[in-house]
Structures are given as structure tokens and as C-alpha cells.
Design a protein around this ligand. Structure first.
Ligand code: ADP
Length: 195
């Protein structure tokens, strides 16, 4: 059985986490941010060390450990009843993050919609990331060179996913708007795609 899934898509700092958390509070929606799964690891563990190494350089963690960790996380939350695949729609944020990951998850996810949070104002993105660095103590947001590398990784590796899923299911959302307006636009599409 494939998980019914909505993807939150967009550059680092576009607001995927902010919106995902809100959507995850709606009954029968389950939000999972891949970056949070990594950040909750013990940093002394093998995967924890790999995460610190790659994220600290603004690069993606290799695909195999990423997908394995994510599967274990979802299966664990299914066993404890936090996520009920029969009833819930998965709201994914930060995964899949390149074409190879999407292929690895092809038999696992039934992607019914992709919400592309578009940010045309690059200064906006960088400012949001720098603010987050202070608030959430994120090392990968603190350094301007790492931020630039993450935006480059996004352009080169993640953006091609939009054509993988195809324009029929991709919804463009203007992410330079205030969060409440972004939410309203997402919900406007969501009520149409969600059964
Ligand atoms: P942001 O939304 O700002 O890009 P995330 O919290 O989603 O930040 O991710 C932080 C870091 O965690 C990424 O830069 C990357 O190193 C790692 N990461 C998160 N998700 C994935 C993934 N699906 N594949 C590989 N690396 C990932």
C-alpha cells in the first residue's frame, strides 16, 4: 500500500517547515520534515555523524542512509499509531530531495499534490535563514557560505524534481507573501486535491 502524500517543495527558507507544522495539526494530516528527523538523531550515532558532516557543508546526506532513516521513522510512527496510513495524508517536507530519492520512494509514495513555495526574493530567503540560525541554533544557517551552497544544491539537485512529478500536480504558491496568505493559498488547492 502506498502512502497518500502531499509534498511541500521549495528552497531552504521558503517556509516549508512553518506551513508543514500548521498542516500537520489538521486531523488526518501527518507532517514529516526530513531535516527534523536528522536533527533528532544522537549526533554520536553513525548517521548522526554523517548528517553533521554533510549538512555543515550545505550538501545533501547520501541517499541510502537518508531513505533508510526516513523509512524507519515512518514505520516507527505507524507502529505507535501517530501515523495511520489508512486514514492519514502524509505531508512531506524535505524529502524526496533529488530524482534518485524520488525513484527510491516511487513504490512507497502516492504523490497527489506538490506545493511549490516559490520565493523570488533571494534576500528574503537569506534573511529568513539567518534569523532561524539565531532562533533554532542551526549551524547550517549561521554561515553565509553554507547558505549559498545550500541554495546551489537546491537549484542543481532538488529543483529537477518538479519535472519528475509533472506540472499537472504541481501548484505554485507565492512564498514571498505573509505566512497566513501562503497557508490560505495552500489550503485553497488542498481542498481540491484532497479526497
Ligand atoms: P532546509 O529546509 O532549510 O533546507 P532541512 O531541515 O530540510 O533544511 O535540511 C537540513 C539539512 O539536512 C540539509 O541541508 C541536508 O544536509 C539534510 N537533509 C534533509 N533532508 C534530506 C534529504 N531528503 N536528503 C539528503 N539530505 C537531507
Amino acid at each position: 500500500m502506498k502512502y497518500r502524500t502531499i509534498l511541500l517543495f521549495g528552497a531552504p527558507g521558503a517556509g516549508k517547515g512553518t506551513q508543514g507544522k500548521i498542516l500537520g495539526t489538521i486531523p488526518h494530516f501527518y507532517h514529516c520534515a526530513c531535516g527534523d528527523v536528522f536533527r533528532n538523531l544522537k549526533m554520536e550515532s553513525d548517521v548522526g555523524r554523517v548528517f553533521v558532516e554533510y549538512s555543515g557543508r550545505g550538501q545533501l546526506v547520501p541517499d541510502e542512509p537518508t531513505i533508510q532513516l526516513w523509512r524507519e521513522f515512518i514505520e516507527g510512527n505507524t507502529r505507535t499509531g501517530r501515523f495511520n496510513p489508512e486514514q492519514d495524508t502524509l505531508v512531506l517536507d524535505g524529502i524526496p530531495r533529488n530524482i534518485h530519492q524520488a525513484e527510491m520512494l516511487r513504490d512507497t509514495l502516492n504523490v497527489i499534490g506538490v506545493f511549490y513555495l516559490c520565493c523570488n526574493n533571494l534576500d528574503n530567503l537569506v534573511k529568513r535563514l539567518q534569523r532561524r540560525a539565531l532562533k533554532e541554533n542551526r549551524l547550517d544557517d549561521a554561515n553565509l557560505d553554507v547558505i549559498r551552497q545550500r541554495l546551489k544544491t537546491y537549484d542543481e539537485e532538488t529543483k529537477p524534481l518538479l519535472s519528475f512529478y509533472g506540472k499537472e500536480i504541481v501548484h505554485h504558491i507565492d512564498a514571498d507573501q505573509p505566512p497566513v496568505k501562503v497557508l490560505s493559498d495552500i489550503l485553497g488547492h488542498m481542498v481540491k486535491v484532497h479526497p
